[in-house]
Design a protein around this ligand. Structure first.
Ligand code: NCD
Length: 310
């Protein structure tokens, strides 16, 4: 981003870029807490953001919409795939070229890996990748980093990332970004859901310190942050393969007994059964806060993208 106008992968973000977004987000967070008003002038009354979601979304779509509206801007929404011309067979390239005529920026979620990168080649307006299949989800990473910074700090961080590391796009983006902060990363998954080779390669290239495990207990006592993910059922080519790993990691009070007192538990949500609701009321739980952080962080991201693009 910052270096380019589109945000398609977390690898684009330097440490300085991340810090710029998070610092700006903290200002928006404070303004939102103050109740808006003078603290939050309408910055972009003439600016329209297009939401093109080819896959289900609650948090990402609604928080982008909320963020844009809190900035005083406008939103147009393609609606679901069934409601749009996608169902008539229109290509993604054609759709984004048309949408660019209506809007000043495009937020795109698509089941195909590489979709946002491809779309960005067809349009001048900034494209934000809101998830491309099992690829990347860089705006989620920014709010994850914001949450980590608030809860545990980003320096000398030891983080455990658990669950579906193969198909989990939030994991791929987060791990890449954490190399900028020299985090100690532990990856916990069933053997069949290990981090993809390409991601491991990128992490090694970036000089990351990473370890892989199959049991949470092996690493839990060392962790500052435990980042839990959903097994991405919709990405499995075969339902039987999903059933073999479904319910593999379930975090409950017993699991956390060996954790540091100030362990932060995160999850991009939605959760299925990975975190016992009993954890929700403990001081460990940060996942709802994490989801709420989507608004100030996406405000910061949009603000920086639109400023750059003026
Ligand atoms: C994630 C996603 O869509 O990749 N959700 C989100 O954006 N918060 C995680 C998931 O679906 O499991």
């Amino acid at each position: 981003m910052m270096r380019q106008d589109h945000l398609v992968a977390a690898g684009q973000l330097s440490r300085a870029d991340v810090e710029r977004v998070l610092d700006r987000a903290a200002e928006f967070d404070a303004a939102l807490s103050a109740g808006g008003g003078e603290a939050l002038p309408a910055r972009y009354p003439e600016t329209v953001l297009a939401l093109c979601f080819y896959e289900p979304s609650t948090r990402t779509k609604m928080s982008f919409e909320t963020a844009m509206k809190r900035l005083g801007g406008q939103v147009v929404d393609m609606g679901g795939v069934d409601a749009s011309s996608v169902s008539k067979g229109e290509s993604l390239a054609d759709t984004v070229r048309v949408v660019e005529g209506y809007a000043d920026g495009v937020v795109l979620r698509h089941p195909r890996e590489g979709a946002a990168k491809m779309a960005a080649e067809f349009v001048d307006a900034p494209v934000i990748n809101a998830g491309d299949g099992a690829g990347q989800h860089p705006s989620q990473t920014l709010l994850d980093l914001y949450t980590i910074r608030e809860a545990a700090g980003l320096d000398d961080l030891t983080i455990g990332i658990v669950g579906d590391l193969k198909y989990g796009r939030t994991v791929h983006s987060l791990a890449t970004a954490l190399t900028e902060f020299d985090a100690h990363m532990h990856f916990v998954s069933p053997e069949s859901l290990r981090l993809p080779r390409s991601v491991r390669f990128d992490l090694h290239e970036a000089g990351a310190e990473l370890r892989e495990h199959t049991e949470i207990d092996d690493v839990l006592p060392d962790l500052d942050v435990l980042y839990v993910t959903r097994i991405q059922r919709e990405r499995f080519p075969d339902e039987d393969e999903y059933q073999k790993v479904a319910g593999e990691f379930q975090i409950d009070a017993e699991t956390l007994a060996a954790a540091k007192e100030d362990l932060t538990v995160m999850h991009p949500l939605p959760r299925v059964d990975e975190i016992d609701p009993d954890i929700d009321d403990t001081d460990h739980a940060s996942y709802f806060e994490q989801a709420h952080n989507g608004v100030p962080v996406r405000m910061a991201l949009l603000d920086l993208l639109f400023q750059n693009h003026e």
